[in-house]
Design a protein around this ligand. Structure first.
Ligand SMILES: [Zn+2]
Length: 73
């Protein structure tokens, strides 16, 4: 909607009453207790709704093995 004509201060304030920023919703992980964004898996342990969705341990081990391999050369 285009604001065509001058509005009163009250009219402007009424419109802007909905412009406040809301705090981001955070949930605590059921597995490790870390704070995470809603509807996303835990970035620390890979759990979602108490279920292991992503094997984080295997990923960490893989990256460590790769780092070892590259540093050995
Ligand atoms: Zn977790």
């Amino acid at each position: 909607m285009v604001v065509r004509m001058r509005h009163t201060r009250a009219h402007t304030a009424n419109r802007r009453s909905h412009h406040a920023i809301k705090a981001t919703l955070m949930t605590t992980c059921e597995n490790c207790g870390a704070k995470n964004l809603n509807h996303t898996i835990c970035k620390y342990c890979g759990f979602y709704k108490g279920r292991n969705v992503m094997n984080k341990l295997a990923k960490v081990e893989k990256s460590q093995a790769k780092a070892k391999k590259t540093s050995a050369k």
